[in-house]
Design a protein around this ligand. Sequence first.
Ligand SMILES: [Zn+2]
Length: 411
Amino acid sequence: MFRVLTFAVLLASALAAKKYNGYKVLRVTPKNDQELGKLFSLKDTVKDYVDFWKSPTTVDRPVDMLISPLHQDLVVGQINRRNLEFEVTVQDLQKDIDGERVEAVPGFSYTDYNTLDTINNWMDDLALSYPNLVEVVDVGSSYEGRTIRALKISGGTGGKPVVWYEGGIHAREWISPATIIYMTKLLVEGYVANDLDARDILDNLDVYMLPVYNVDGYEFTWTDDRMWRKTRKPLPLSSCYGVDPNRNWDYEWVASSIKCSETYPGPNAFSEIEVSSVTDHIQKLNNERGVLAFIDFHAYGEMWMTPCGYTETLPPDYAEQIDVATRSVSALQSVYDGETVYHTNLGPIATVIYEAHGSSVDWTYGELGIVHSYAVELRNTRSFIISSAYIEKSGRETYEALKVTSLHVIP
Ligand SMILES: [Zn+2]
């Protein structure tokens, strides 16, 4: 009976969710400045009905456009008019979504994507299983009244300097929470098994693992729209919802009037309770004990990025940042022998992807002075939809990078 009911509930929610049948992703990679210029003009022309998964930035960096069946002829016409070549990187997004979870079973699994409720239960269970090592900490709250929770993992006595690793600030980037969860497993089990690195890290640092930052958005990706990115607050005088929580941090924040944009930064910095409450928590920890490293995990693209986002000017600590980032990426890539390629996407956010104002690492570095602040785009290189078969690999390889960064900052 339970199984039948569960199936009925799953079916009902699946039926309610937005369908992406026939949606394609087209990729154009600009080969020179002239083609790049054409892509900027293309974006300007079609931006109202194309979701730019990757916007035009620099020569050789692919531009990915999600396009509904209704608009495909029009957009292809605009691409052809500009004599640009394109490839289809996603043939039918709904097919990918339907095949995303290899073993879709109810309940928690380290190798599957998990709902918010399931993740919350897992956090409680982990704290119960390892009472001297793991603690659930409420670190913020959401517009819809959910609690944002992190795991504090700490060996021996507490009150040590902090490293803060967070995921899921953009709701649709599911590999990010999944990777944080898998790395938590490796760290905790490593400590218990007397792994020297895990011991070194947890005996000298309090590690905060925050799997789902944008809790309302993440829930919405399960119930209504797999491609949702922003928060879920209604916007006054607009039919659109939500703010990009990674453009809402109070450092070099810049206003915008385009509320329906996927990167709408909000009416003012820290307008989103998710961002203001979690940053309050980070700031408090920094004042009390010092936060020595901060990594914000995103998807997709395989990129390991340093400050700054708001300017291409290199910050004073760049030499140290790029050194640690380079060593972290080497460790990551060696796990599966070059299956993932991060080292070509290594450097400041503003150079590697685009100029972005009000993003997390600019605040943690610029406002709090956390030198080792990084933004990471995890696997893969073509879509937000990545088969759950890759969760373990993403977790294992990224854990090696996390260890390099954590060990480096131990005082
Ligand atoms: Zn993101």
